[in-house]
Ligand binder design. Structure first.
Ligand code: COA
Length: 146
């Protein structure tokens, strides 16, 4: 398994698999801009020629203490073996190297797998009933990097 920084060209192979990996339509919340503008702080995992997983994250330009993870996905064939943990720990390391002390993320309340994963990774989870508008509740995650 090889983990490397993402490149803009990774977008096409990532967007081709996300709906299948999530088991529902999610491609609309990963527009190309994330890979074009945040590839240096995003990660791709490969097993041979296969895309095994990816993390899309960035160092907040507005909150100097904060790093943010927008998306993480692991190929169903590679789940349960610590790959998402490795991607998160690599991202934590690059965030700490930039002086970031907090990492944040969010998910939908129905994504119970994501909530369990983030709790296992040491995040606190709090409900935000109208976070993305009155019809769109989220669960907000926060973890200290210190
Ligand atoms: C959530 C996801 C990224 C986890 O990937 P993974 O590589 O299987 O996770 P890991 O093996 O690194 O697990 C790390 C920890 O989280 C826990 N965990 C991961 N998925 C879990 C789940 N569905 N339910 C309960 N715990 C889970 C593991 O038990 C492990 O805990 P431990 O280290 O204390 O033993 C993967 O299931 C996935 O891609 N899901 C679809 C996409 C998605 O929902 N992404 C997150 C929202 S953006």
């Amino acid at each position: 398994m090889r983990v490397r920084p993402a490149a803009p060209a990774d977008y096409d192979r990532i967007i081709a698999v996300v709906d299948g990996w999530w088991g529902r339509e999610v491609h609309g919340i990963l527009p190309r801009l994330f890979l074009d503008h945040f590839h240096r702080t995003s990660l791709v995992a490969e097993a041979g020629d296969d895309l095994a997983g990816f993390l899309v994250g960035f160092l907040s330009p507005s909150l100097p203490d904060t790093a943010y993870i927008h998306f993480v996905g692991v190929n169903p064939a590679f789940r349960g073996a610590g790959l998402a943990r490795r991607l998160y720990e690599d991202f934590f390391a690059l965030a700490r190297a930039d002086g970031r002390t907090t990492v944040r993320a969010l998910t939908s309340p129905q994504n119970t797998g994501s909530i369990a994963f983030h709790k296992a990774m040491g995040f606190t989870a709090g409900p935000a009933p109208a976070h993305d508008g009155p019809e769109t509740p989220r669960v907000l995650f926060r973890r200290s990097l210190t």
